[in-house]
Design a protein around this ligand. Structure first.
Ligand code: G6P
Length: 616
């Protein structure tokens, strides 16, 4: 995710653009930039690594005049966060500047073509390729900026919302969108662009929401002109709407909290995570890290996974995955223990660090230790260019998008998704999985986002259920196999945001201690989808029932047996067992969220916690 802003009007553009970027920083904040056309027709581009405030400081002594401009705050996908990869990008002649949110999928093919035409590139981004292609169209075919953008967009595949301006033309902005958000504000003799309305709401409440495939010319003193990529002749009349929401509502996309927004973003973040890796038509997984270093994994004595918090829970699921699918022994350890335990590490170990932020101090220290002792270091993290990413020999980004809520949600499901993709593609290389099993699981992975959407249909049911349990002082979460770490994650979510004590336990281990806690007051969440240990967990449910515990069961759609034993249940769609954590964790996230809200907790900023723990 990235944020884009644009302005053309009577006022100086710079302060308005900066304000808009600050509002969009939730979409990414690893680098930022601005492009302005001043009175003399100069096109000035300023960029910095870091936050919008860094850009503002950087521009303090620059020429920031101009009543037209575009600006961008970046969350890296192609190319590390750096000044040269930051947007806006210049074209070769520096006559055009462009901002982009999204991914141009066929950028390598276009780049090759442009290189053959003598173009050189300053960055590693897909965006610069689009900017250069527009310039090529202008020069080769003698087109206006509007026509050149139109022709260039005909050539690209992928997702985008863009803003383009040109030297010597302080009167035009061209914009367009495809599967990425874009809103145009229409003020009094001024126009604004934004990734969402929060960027522009301070200046106008009159907006146009362009549709995918529309290419738009915004010209000073003229009507907005909209045409369609599919049919150049089709002219669309701009439809101006009024924004009803407040600024705060908009930043959270209409959700009450970032955590809720991020829970509901999971189908999208999983799509982004699998984009270009899961080949949906061929039913194949191509994961660069495994393609390139499969032999290192193949020769590994064992895999060690280390992480903290929610990322550690994802790591525990990784153990089940790699051992079942790849037949490689796996150890999983909390990073703070691993780093101080003088662990035995072999040079033929593969060490996997998992971290959303990529900055957790204990995880970094564990990685350094493993690296020093010669292990191969693989990273799974969300924040591009973070310290974890820099320390690795190879790795996979989760591409979940910025996670703001302190309680991690979409980071977890995308981490599990990466582990699934790693284990499947490795198992295929190692031939430890039968072709039919591989294809069946990959086919199911293609359906995972839709199945999460189905669970969201139960949100009101879960909300009602949550009200019943606000009285509880303790909760027990039980699960087996792949769903034992899910039980731990469910318990952690509840603790973090509602301050109710909760424990996640392997269901069968309950009888060795926690069973003593059970009475008619005690809620017990049993994660019990229908897989090979179903009968075993059914027995555990009966053990709880016999002690009058109040059971909330997570069951597979169509379940009959466990439902008979339970007071409350939430159904989730059937999927492959190894994918089930991606579904079974969703009702647990929602349950903890609604309990915390019912108790009046500050869900996005729970007491004593921090999003990124950079101290040990
Ligand atoms: C903190 C956060 C947790 C997170 C953990 C590990 O405790 O509150 O949500 O799971 O750190 O963070 P990481 O960024 O390394 O995944």
């Amino acid at each position: 995710m990235c944020g884009i802003v644009g302005y053309m009007g009577k006022q100086q553009a710079f302060p308005i653009l900066i304000k808009g970027l600050q509002r969009l920083e939730y979409r990414g904040y690893d680098s930022a930039g601005v492009a302005l056309v001043n009175e003399n027709g100069d096109l000035n581009v300023y960029k910095t690594k870091g936050k919008v405030s860094d850009l503002e400081n950087f521009c303090a002594d620059k020429d920031i005049t101009g009543t037209v401009g575009i600006a961008h705050t970046r969350w890296a996908t192609h190319g590390e966060p750096s000044k040269r990869n930051a947007h806006p990008h210049y074209s070769q002649s520096k006559n055009i500047a462009l901002i982009h949110n999204g991914i141009i999928e066929n950028y390598l093919t276009i780049k090759k073509f442009l290189i053959s035409k003598g173009y050189t590139f300053q960055s590693e981004t897909d965006t610069e390729v689009l900017c250069q292609l527009i310039e090529y169209m202008m020069q080769e075919h003698n087109l206006t900026l509007y026509d050149a953008v139109y022709q260039a967009l005909k050539q690209v595949t992928g997702a985008y919302s863009i803003g383009v301006i040109e030297r010597n033309n302080p009167n035009t902005i061209i914009t367009s969108k495809m599967s990425s958000p874009l809103v145009i504000g229409v003020g009094r003799e001024e126009f604004l662009l934004g990734s969402d309305a929060s960027a522009i709401i301070e200046f106008t409440k009159n907006v146009i929401y362009p549709k995918d495939g529309q290419v738009i010319r915004i010209e000073r003193g003229k009507e907005i002109e909209i045409c369609c990529l599919e049919d150049r002749e089709q002219k669309i009349k701009p439809e101006i709407q009024q924004i009803q929401l407040s600024l705060e509502d908009i930043e959270k996309g209409g959700f009450d909290h970032f955590m809720l927004k991020e829970i509901f973003e999971q189908p999208k973040s999983l799509s982004l995570c699998m984009n270009g890796r899961l080949q949906r038509e061929k039913k194949e997984i191509i994961l660069n890290g495994i393609q390139e270093y499969g032999d290192v994994f193949a020769k590994a004595r064992r895999i060690i996974i280390s992480a903290c918090g929610t990322s550690w829970h994802a790591g525990l699921i990784g153990k089940y995955l790699f051992e079942a699918l790849c037949r490689i022994p796996v150890e999983v350890e909390v990073a703070s223990e691993f780093r101080y335990r003088n662990p035995v590490i072999y040079p033929d170990d593969v060490f996997i660090a998992i971290s959303q932020s990529g900055e957790t101090a204990d995880t970094l220290a564990a990685m350094e230790l493993a690296k020093k002792q010669g292990a191969f270091i693989y990273g799974i993290c969300n924040v591009v260019g973070s310290s974890v990413a820099r320390l690795t020999d190879s790795g996979t980004y989760t591409h979940a998008g910025p996670e703001i809520g302190v309680a991690s949600t979409k980071a977890f499901t995308t981490q599990v998704c990466v582990l699934v993709m790693m284990a499947l593609s490795l198992a295929k290389q190692l031939k430890t999985i039968k072709d039919e099993d591989y294809h069946r699981i990959v086919t199911e992975l293609c359906n995972i986002e839709a199945k999460i959407e189905k669970i969201f249909e139960k949100k009101d049911e879960i909300k009602e259920m949550s009200k019943i349990f606000t009285y509880a002082r303790n909760f027990l979460y039980l699960g087996r196999g792949y769903n034992y770490p899910v039980a731990m994650e469910g318990a952690l979510k509840l603790k973090e945001i509602s301050y109710i004590h909760a424990e996640g336990y392997p269901a069968a281990e309950m009888k060795h201690g926690p069973i003593a806690l059970i009475d008619e007051e005690m809620p017990i969440v049993v994660v019990a989808p229908h897989y090979h240990l179903y009968n075993k967990i059914l027995s555990n449910v009966q053990e709880v029932k016999a002690r009058k515990g109040r059971i909330i069961a997570i069951v597979t759609e169509g379940d009959t047996e466990i439902k008979k034993q339970t007071d409350y249940y939430i159904e989730i769609p059937k999927t492959e067992e190894c994918l089930s954590p991606i579904l079974s964790v969703i009702p647990l996230q929602l349950l903890s969220y609604y309990i915390a809200v019912a108790k009046g907790r500050d869900v996005d900023k729970p007491r004593n916690l921090a999003k990124s723990v950079t101290v040990e």
